[in-house]
Design a binder for this molecule. Structure first.
Ligand code: FAD
Length: 310
């Protein structure tokens, strides 16, 4: 059995592994895809102290750093079920999709999240070529350009306010007949001169020239008319979904499916910790996920040293 089993190999899981391995405790990582969302990222310019890097390069460095320690990395392994220990200090069990089962004295959940997609033609083709999901990450790449934000909930309206200060023009597209964001955000949005709000609009296509985004098409839901908007960037803000479906019933989840954690990364189960985008910790970013993973690693260590000797 492992002393610490980490599920997830993104920035949070990798940081947790390095911290626990450096304590000399037997550490394993089971990850569906080592690197996580970072593998899907091109330019990264807000990973503090590294002015510019690229996702695959950062993942290779993460892999090397983890590889410097005695960590059992089980890549391409998807966890299907978590069975918490029945007594405090007992072994937790993680069942993998391939039928195998891993046992560990403590578990760190770091399965991350995924952005909900609009699933229209062009979205996949132009990902990282104009189609973006993270305004904190990619906003500055569109300085002085025209963008659309798809989604009029809190994250969409926050993104539109944020981007309006950087880009030339923002078109905010909402499917419903009214925005759903908090009133205070909507009031702020209404004061911005370079934002146009379009409601009752269904985005049907991302347009491009083969290299990058050139526009989008939306259908007016109150009729049949289709409209084209010329622009350089599209921020999809229709939800970030935590990869926690497999944890239902095992640990406490918020109404959005995020793993509920306290400021030390403890979940509702003793000996089970969580870190990164899969949790209720706000602001989903690489530096935050890494700090959070380190914290969960140290909390797992704290837990283990307090267990009575076997
Ligand atoms: P993830 O990176 O999501 O990793 C989760 C890990 O868990 C993966 O290894 C995954 O395979 C694994 N996993 C999931 N489910 C299971 C399961 N059931 N069993 C086993 N393993 C599982 N942030 C920045 O700070 N700067 C940026 O420039 C930036 N750009 C981004 C661009 C894009 C396109 C995207 C999608 C995100 C970007 N982000 C950026 C956000 C950043 O990537 C995330 O905040 C960060 O990766 C979260 O780390 P994590 O370890 O919590 O989760």
């Amino acid at each position: 059995a492992f002393e610490v089993l980490i599920v997830g190999g993104g920035p949070a899981g990798a940081a947790a592994a390095i911290y626990t391995a450096r304590k000399g405790i037997r550490t394993g990582i089971a990850a569906e895809r080592f690197g996580g969302q970072v593998l899907d990222t091109m330019a990264i310019e807000n990973f503090i102290s590294v002015q510019h890097t690229e996702g695959p390069k950062l993942v290779a460095q993460l892999e090397q750093h983890v590889g410097d320690y005695d960590v059992d990395v089980m890549n391409l392994q998807r966890a299907q079920k978590l069975i918490p220990a029945t007594s405090e200090g007992g072994l937790h069990e993680v069942v993998l999709e391939n039928g195998a089962s891993l046992k560990a004295r403590s578990v760190i959940l770091a399965t991350g999240a995924r952005w909900r997609q609009i699933n229209v033609p062009g979205e996949e083709q132009y990902k990282n070529k104009g189609v973006a999901y993270c305004p904190h990450c990619d906003g500055p790449l569109f300085k002085g350009k025209r963008v659309a934000v798809i989604g009029g909930g809190n994250s969409g309206v926050e993104a539109a306010i944020d981007l309006a200060g950087i880009v030339a023009h923002v078109t905010l597209i909402e499917y419903d007949s009214a925005l759903r964001a908090d009133a205070v955000l909507q009031r702020k949005l209404a004061t911005l001169p370079n934002v146009q709000i379009v409601t009752s609009a269904m985005t049907t296509e991302v347009l491009g020239d083969g290299e990058k985004v050139t526009g989008l098409v939306y259908k007016d839901r109150s009729g049949d008319a289709r409209h084209q908007v010329a622009l350089e960037g599209i921020f999809v803000q229709i939800g970030l979904v935590p990869n926690t479906e497999w944890l239902r019933g095992a640990v406490g989840l918020s109404q959005h499916g995020e793993i509920e954690v306290d400021h030390r990364g403890h979940t509702s189960q003793p000996g089970i910790f969580a870190a990164g985008d899969a949790t209720t910790i706000p602001f989903k970013q690489i530096v935050i996920a890494m700090g959070d993973g380190a914290k969960a690693g140290l909390s797992a260590f704290d837990y283990l040293i307090r267990l009575p000797a076997e």
